[in-house]
Design a protein around this ligand. Structure first.
Ligand code: FAD
Length: 327
């Protein structure tokens, strides 16, 4: 590991002062479950690491006057899971439970989960995030959607699809008391050149809070297709948030896929299938089909198309209150 300076600020302003505007010079350390491994392998080599776990404002879950729930970025996943304010957002709890690791849930934070780097093994082996070898290499766990550019990895966050489906926002803090509220849907991007991050944060900005809007009668769910129980990433996942009218007709819908594209993949096609209709198995199946209608699998991951379709179907059925059974 490269030698680095360690800073442990106590306020959000101090965090910003310690972050460099130059890419790669400084890194935020939250639970460290992702960052430390990357530093050990010299994939990430900052001069300074800024620990945010000792900043009290980043460690609480609060209800805001408008009924939103604000979660500090340094709140651990276990604390999110246990908090009663989160009970009305089952899609988030289901995504956290999917991690199935006492250690990662106790140590990992919500901000770190959202900002974690891709699990792409080309990247983790030091070949870069946009390695041209992915196209014809071992790409079975790579993208099946949004993969026409140089980025073919998948966004690894399990919770981001649920946050997007729920129209959550991130509070982003930067220099000179800059404070922005960024919809999670606009936070991620597909990098076009090596060194560009997978999100829109400047190097001297950080996520301070995750804001969940009032649920207002919406139902939501996450469904993951995994190859087994235990701490491993899903092969495909989806989150759905549905708003019904008084007659059980879908008035509005958000459907977001995870683990299938360089960014969480918002499926307008699936949402269009649902709007104005009553959810049943056939409709959920049609929505699943619509969600993968533009899939362009790589040489070894055609199987993910069917899994993504199933994930969408079952997330919708779960959100609509149907029992879906296991995979
Ligand atoms: C063996 C193993 C298995 C894993 N399995 C899973 C899994 O199944 N599912 C899963 O989701 N994750 C998994 N992870 C990844 C990771 O542990 C979790 O996603 C965890 O939630 C990351 O949170 P953290 O607080 O430890 O992040 P850190 O490691 O501290 O940070 C992760 C990244 O986010 C950045 N960051 C952190 N907080 C902020 C912030 N507030 N603002 C801006 N940038 C920030 C850091 O600079 C770093 O680049 C696994 C990791 C390991 C080592």
């Amino acid at each position: 590991m490269k030698a680095f300076e360690y800073a442990s600020p106590r306020t959000e302003a101090e965090i910003v002062d310690l972050l460099s505007a130059e890419p790669g010079k400084t890194e935020i350390l939250a639970g460290g479950t992702d960052l430390v491994g990357l530093m050990k392998k010299m994939i990430v080599t900052p001069d300074r690491v800024v620990n945010i776990m000792d900043v009290p404002t980043l460690r609480s879950i609060d209800e805001l006057p408008d009924g939103s729930v604000s979660i500090g970025a340094a709140v651990t996943l276990d604390d999110v899971l246990a908090h009663p304010y989160i009970d009305i957002y089952p899609a988030i709890k289901q995504a956290i439970r999917g991690i199935s690791s006492m250690q990662l849930q106790a140590q990992g934070t919500l901000g770190g989960e959202v900002c974690q780097r891709p699990r792409c093994w080309f990247y983790r082996n030091g070949d870069g995030l946009l390695s041209p070898d992915v196209a014809e290499g071992a790409n079975e766990f790579h993208a099946i959607l949004g993969n026409s550019g140089p980025a073919k990895f998948v966004n690894s966050s399990r919770i981001a699809p649920a946050l997007i489906a729920l129209d959550a926002q991130l509070r982003v803090v930067g220099p000179e008391e800059d404070e922005q509220f960024v919809p999670v849907a606009a936070f991620f991007r597909s990098p076009h050149r090596e060194g560009q991050r997978e999100h829109v944060l400047e190097p001297n900005q950080f996520v301070s809070h995750i804001l969940l809007p009032p649920i207002e009668g919406r139902t939501c769910a996450t469904y993951e297709v995994r190859h087994g129980e235990g701490p491993d990433y899903p092969l495909a996942a989806a989150a759905a948030a549905l708003q019904f009218d008084g007659f059980g007709i879908v008035r509005d819908a958000n459907v977001v896929l995870g683990q299938v594209a360089p960014m969480p993949w918002i499926s307008q096609e699936a949402a269009d299938v649902l709007r104005g209709r009553k959810v049943d198995e056939a409709l959920a199946e049609t929505a699943g089909q619509a969600a993968v209608s533009r899939a362009t699998p790589l040489s070894q991951n055609e199987f993910k198309v069917q899994l993504a379709k199933v994930a969408v179907k079952r997330a919708i059925l779960l959100a609509a209150g149907y029992e879906t059974g296991g995979f």
